[in-house]
Design a protein around this ligand. Structure first.
Ligand code: GLU
Length: 287
């Protein structure tokens, strides 16, 4: 069997906090214990929210924490060609369509429709632009109207057939990508969505085990479908628990006191912070 390859893939929209440290340590520890590889990827496709100074701070925090990674750091913003190629492949399968709806229009349409479709994460895109004719699409695109590219989920599922993935905690999971509806895979200002970039990159980088928080469990339904459509290898998954604060709330970027930078500046040692993130030194890597 080939060696395990894990990764940590933060988005530089803020500073790393203890929850990120936990996630990074799960991936790093698993790879290091198995004599495998641990990769670092910066998910900075959203130019409106990501900032290079956050990327620099993240690398600094990880080194301070005692983590190392194999090979160069992959910056997603340098690889739009890879995501474009994946979009082209989906388009060739007639599985993409342009969507001209604004957020407000979608909200209004969902409110209007008595039986608006609902999925795992709230109401789904009602499919307004799915049925536009080819001529109208062409005209609106040529007229400079902004549009996103959506996946025709029903068509995609019909093509892929039943799918599943192996999760080290949840076991064998049947994929239910329709629960997300026609997801956006690209926008004018962000030419690749999280779903597309993460799926393409995990395959391109040879990741064999995706370790990430259980808040991203639902996203894997979509990723599994994209793997099938793009003919990509299927990694194993481990969606780990999320760290919470004393009141049981999950840690977020807004919790300034829990950022690694704040803890470092308050005089905490890397060993203490690793322990706070659930990894006391000398204890075998936990799930
Ligand atoms: N970039 C994502 C985040 O920071 C994580 C992506 C992943 O691990 O799949 O939430």
């Amino acid at each position: 069997m080939s060696a395990v390859v894990t990764r940590f893939a933060p988005s530089p929209t803020g500073e790393l906090h203890l929850g990120h440290a936990h996630s990074a340590l799960v991936g790093w520890g698993t790879a290091r214990r198995a004599g495998g590889r641990f990769l670092l990827r910066i998910e900075d496709i959203d130019g409106t929210r990501c900032r290079p100074e956050f990327t620099a701070g993240m690398l600094r925090d990880l080194v301070w924490l005692g983590l190392d990674w194999d090979g160069p750091v992959r910056l997603q913003s340098e690889h739009f060609d890879d995501y474009r190629a994946a979009l082209d492949r989906l388009a060739a399968q007639q599985l993409l369509y342009p969507c001209f709806c604004t957020r407000a229009a979608i909200k209004a349409e969902v409110a209007r429709a008595a039986a608006a479709p609902h999925g795992a994460e709230g109401s789904l895109y009602p499919g307004t632009c799915r049925s536009l004719g080819a001529t109208e699409r062409k005209q609106r695109m040529a007229g400079g109207e902004a549009y996103a590219l959506r996946l025709d989920a029903a068509g995609a599922v019909a093509l892929s057939g039943p799918l599943w993935w192996e999760d080290e905690i949840a076991g064998r999971v049947a994929a239910d990508p329709s629960s997300h509806g026609d997801v956006v895979l690209a926008r004018k200002d962000t030419p690749a969505s999280y779903h597309l970039a993460v799926t393409v990159d995990d395959a391109l980088q040879g990741v064999t085990l995706v370790t990430r928080g259980e808040d991203l469990f639902a996203a894997t339904h979509v990723h599994r479908l994209l793997q099938a459509l793009l003919d990509l290898p299927v990694p194993r998954y481990r969606h780990h628990r999320l760290l919470t604060d004393e009141s049981g709330r999950r840690l977020a970027k807004r919790d300034r006191a829990a950022t690694l930078k704040a803890l470092r500046e308050a005089g905490q040692t890397p060993a203490k912070v690793r322990a706070m993130a659930g990894f006391p030194d000398g204890v075998a890597v936990r799930r």
